[in-house]
Design a protein around this ligand. Structure first.
Ligand code: URA
Length: 444
């Protein structure tokens, strides 16, 4: 970074120019720019320009720490010392079909950990837990600290959105990044994720750092650098943390789309879900149990998690959570109560062979285009749309065989998306050798 003198007085254009030109911003400059954005003094268009400058220029370690601190300090920091049990957190850097939070939170709550979880809405081509939860009739995520504490005591976990009192700056930046081509930035992702984990008041956190075509940072080296940057921030803020790097080249599970993913999460908790979703949830859960001393090692941790899955207590926690957050708990036994799209169409295989690839990013974009994500900040989400993948990488298909079902608002949209989805399938004669789902464990 070039050396530069901090500017006197406040000039948003001057700070944008300095960042654009590669000058390291002084702590007070970052603080001033971000706090003025929160009050509306710095408008969206100047913030968007700053985000793009950061996208290209990055942030130095000091800038990153200051940026993260400004996010944390934009709201309150939670303290759940009065709640018994270890307070744990989880965050994913964003994936397609990633409904792991909905499975993991009830699993770890059922073994006695407490998870006060603040989630985001969809970002770019990736889905967001908040949007998924919004598809459950009545489910409320506008929780204040007291409501989160009550849920931690009664249910064992709480799923909240950001609010005016909890990291509101990240909520506003997140919404702007989503529609300005500034999502895939290592420091912006790191600060966004870690600000929420730092403010949640946790004893330990596990980070699910996605890598592969559908990840925000698809290149494995950049994804690992992101993991290390987040662990570095955890260290600077005194938070125990571990990162798992997991593959996100094809979508996780079979369902992509908000209500469809909630249904799949319920099926997973009922023991009928896709193996990959459960595998990621178990690996993350095990990390939390071991980090907090709730289990001595990975084998013991997995055995405890398997127990609460098989005896139905994790699913029971999910039901309690839906009821506790104002939702209709009957969706657990009857997922047909979730929103359903009026039209559907099938994607069919153009040739016989093995599925060799299915680009998760393109599948995510397709679901956004169906209305499952946003193109503008204010866009409403259609919770019912999405895709269910019948065939995934490694599966054998016949010519004309069903690959996937698209759920859409109109028959035309369903048909168009089904044709596009069929093109996204890479079908060839030979199967691919696939690396494991959990690629690496990095300890802070
Ligand atoms: N999750 C977040 O909370 N923020 C990001 O920037 C990406 C994923």
């Amino acid at each position: 970074m070039a050396e530069g003198q901090p500017v006197r007085g406040f000039s948003a254009p001057r700070l944008i120019e300095r960042k654009r030109d590669g000058v390291e911003l002084a702590p007070g400059e970052i603080e001033a720019f971000l706090s003025r954005f929160l009050t509306g003094e710095v408008p969206d268009y100047q913030m968007a320009a700053m985000l793009m400058a950061v996208f290209f220029r990055g942030l130095s370690p000091n800038e990153l720490e200051r940026w993260t601190l400004a996010l944390v300090q934009s709201g309150e920091r939670w303290d759940f010392r009065r709640v018994t049990g270890p307070k744990v957190g989880k965050h994913s850097t964003g994936g397609v079909g990633d409904k792991v939070t909905l499975v993991l939170a009830p699993l770890v709550a059922a073994v006695g950990l407490k998870m006060p979880k603040v989630s985001g809405r969809g970002l770019g081509h990736t889905g967001g837990t908040l949007d998924k939860l919004a598809s459950i009739p009545g489910f409320r995520t506008d929780l204040d600290r007291a409501a989160v504490e009550r849920l931690l005591n009664d249910v064992g976990y709480a799923l909240a959105g950001q609010s005016d009192s909890f990291v509101p700056l990240d909520r506003d930046l997140y919404a702007l990044r989503d529609v300005t081509g500034t999502v895939e930035s290592l420091p912006l992702v790191a600060a966004s994720v870690m600000s929420k984990k730092i403010a949640e008041g946790l004893d330990a956190v596990v980070l699910d750092v996605k890598t592969g075509a559908g990840a925000l940072l698809s290149d494995p080296e950049r994804a690992e650098a992101l993991a290390r940057a987040m662990l570095g921030l955890a260290g600077r803020f005194g938070l125990r943390a571990e990162a798992l790097m997991t593959r996100m080249d094809e979508p996780l599970g079979r369902a992509v789309g908000n209500a469809l993913e909630v249904r799949e999460a319920i099926e997973t908790l009922a023991g009928r879900g896709p193996a990959d979703v459960l595998e990621v949830a178990m690996a993350l859960g095990s990390s939390l149990l071991v980090q907090t001393g709730a289990a001595p090692d990975d084998d013991a941790a997995r055995a405890r998690l398997r127990w609460v899955l098989e005896d139905g207590s994790a699913l029971e926690r999910f039901r309690l959570s839906v009821a506790g957050q104002g939702g209709d708990p009957a969706v657990v036994d009857d997922p047909g109560r979730l929103p359903r799209a009026p039209a559907s169409a099938e994607a069919r295989a153009p040739r016989a062979g093995r599925v060799r690839g299915l680009d998760a990013r393109e599948v995510g974009r397709l679901v956004v285009a169906l209305g499952g994500g946003r193109l503008r900040k204010t866009d409403a989400i259609d919770p019912s749309v999405g895709v269910v993948l019948e065939q995934k990488v490694g599966d054998e298909v016949e010519t004309g065989g069903r690959l996937a079902t698209v759920h859409a608002a109109t028959p035309e949209a369903a048909l168009g998306a089904a044709q596009r989805l069929a093109e996204l399938y890479d079908i060839g004669p030979e199967p691919l050798k696939r690396p494991p789902l959990v690629l690496k464990r990095i300890t802070g």
